[in-house]
Design a protein around this ligand. Structure first.
Ligand code: PMP
Length: 445
């Protein structure tokens, strides 16, 4: 039975859904009612295998009792306390716990943590910290922010300014002075790669071009997703991130990794910074931070960035920035319970154990109709389809609807299908993903 013919089906009029064609959706809604482990249950009772960890966030799988219990306990102990000029122990505890696994390696972790409510807030916070840092070290002319074409950094005005997705930008004004590196998507040289492509490290030199164009003394920071997710799984070429780091160092530019999707085990290490062995100055996170159970983000900074802002009179607010829900007690409780699960079940490295299996399964789809590229890294895959008659995204959307009807949740962006399953996935479920998708592609026109 379809959702709106059910006797107690919800009325769909009032909720204005984000990033959704509302009128199309409401005509044929897909509603998920419950979730457990690797599966959702739709309102018509069908089990749906979660190929996307919700939206790249439910890394430990759904319905984790430990998280629910911790949140309930926290809400009945201390539901909320002001986040300004007042503190509560659990936010400090959570930050200390995060500091133990923070990106950057054992001797040099980015172990100063600023809490936010989402990935978009983390990005705007990181950009502000970068500009405030430059000013604090006497580099007040450095306010320009550099992002990358095909980058996604959320929907705040900072995030869309450094982001490189035309649909996020065309209607809205952006921060003056923001500019973009070229993207690294290069099907001609790098199609069907497992892991990092061989070609394209020199694309990082584009930052030198922007330095020459604008002057290093105007640039505060450069932000990139180590692996771009929402724009179709773009894996950095070997050497690219190291080269970006070196150029930033040469010119006094802070390097920010947006790890909202790559943080917390997605690549088989705690963070992409560790996986690629490149240490940025600031890392943005959200999503897997609380296993998606409670909205929350966190920005990790180096001590150098943090400490530069801690000077001045003690009574002074060092960074005039923050949110009502920064370090929300329930979110911190969810986060601590999530970290316990990640560590207890070895989930931060599980993607590394499954990587070969995952690569092989995904690349076995090669040769099926419409596929023009397959990219895999960690527990991520991007499967790029040829567009149908120039209608960008139409074919992938049909495949998405077909897969959903057959019990598999995939994510599509343009004509690229992205997979990022919970890290608890079993080998048979990897096989199921490939089989359902393969059949859908054979049916697709
Ligand atoms: N940065 C990246 C890299 C993301 O993938 C996302 C969300 N997909 C965001 C920022 C924004 O996060 P949120 O939707 O929680 O604001």
């Amino acid at each position: 039975m379809d959702a709106h013919t059910k006797p107690n089906a919800p009325v769909l009029d009032s909720y204005w859904m984000p990033f959704t064609a509302n009128r199309q959706f409401k005509a044929a809604p897909r509603l998920l009612e419950s979730a457990e482990g690797m599966h959702y249950t739709a309102t018509d009772g069908r089990k749906i295998l979660d190929g996307t960890a919700g939206l790249w966030c439910v890394n430990a799988g759904h319905g984790r009792r430990q998280i629910a219990t911790a949140v309930e306990r926290q809400l009945t102990t201390l539901d909320y306390a002001p986040s300004f000029q007042m503190g509560h122990p659990i936010a400090f505890d959570f930050a200390e716990r995060l500091a133990e696994i923070a990106p950057g390696g054992p001797d040099n972790r980015l172990d100063r943590v600023f809490f936010t409510g989402s990935g978009s807030e983390s990005v705007d916070t990181a950009l502000k910290i970068a500009i405030a840092y430059q000013r604090a070290i006497g580099q007040g002319t450095r306010t320009r922010l550099i992002g990358r074409e095909r980058g996604y950094h959320g929907v705040g005005f900072g995030g869309i300014s450094v982001g490189g997705l035309v649909n996020n930008r065309r209607v809205f004004p952006q921060l003056a002075g923001s500019d973009h590196l070229r993207h690294t998507h290069d099907l001609a040289r790098n199609a069907y790669i497992k892991g990092q492509p061989e070609h394209g490290a020199e694309l990082a030199d584009d930052l030198e071009r922007l330095v020459a164009l604008h002057g290093a003394e105007t640039i505060a920071a450069c932000i990139v997703e180590p692996v771009a997710g929402s724009t179709g799984v773009l894996v950095p070429p070997k050497g690219y991130l190291d080269r970006l780091r070196a150029i930033c160092d040469r010119h006094g530019i802070l390097l920010i990794f947006d790890e909202v999707i790559t943080g917390f085990g997605r690549l088989g290490a705690g963070f992409a910074a560790d996986y690629f062995g490149v240490r940025p100055d600031i890392v943005t996170t959200a999503k897997g931070l609380t296993n998606g159970a409670i909205p929350m983000g966190a920005v990790f900074t180096s001590r150098a960035v943090h400490d530069a802002l801690m000077h001045g009179p003690e009574s002074q607010i060092e960074l005039f920035h923050g949110y009502t829900y920064s370090g929300h007690p329930a979110a911190c409780a969810a986060g601590i319970a999530t970290l316990d699960i990640y560590r207890g079940e070895g989930l931060l490295t599980r993607a590394a154990e499954l990587e070969t299996e995952w690569h092989e399964a995904m690349h076995s789809l090669r040769g099926l109709p419409h596929i023009i590229d397959i990219r895999t890294i960690g527990l991520i895959a991007g499967i790029e389809l040829a567009s149908r008659d120039g209608a960008l995204g139409a074919r992938a959307y049909d495949v998405f609807v077909d897969c959903f009807q057959k019990g598999l949740l995939i994510r599509v962006t343009g004509d690229i299908i992205a997979f990022s399953p919970p890290l608890i996935i079993e080998k048979e479920q990897i096989g199921e993903i490939v089989s359902v998708l393969g059949d859908a592609l054979k049916r697709a026109v």
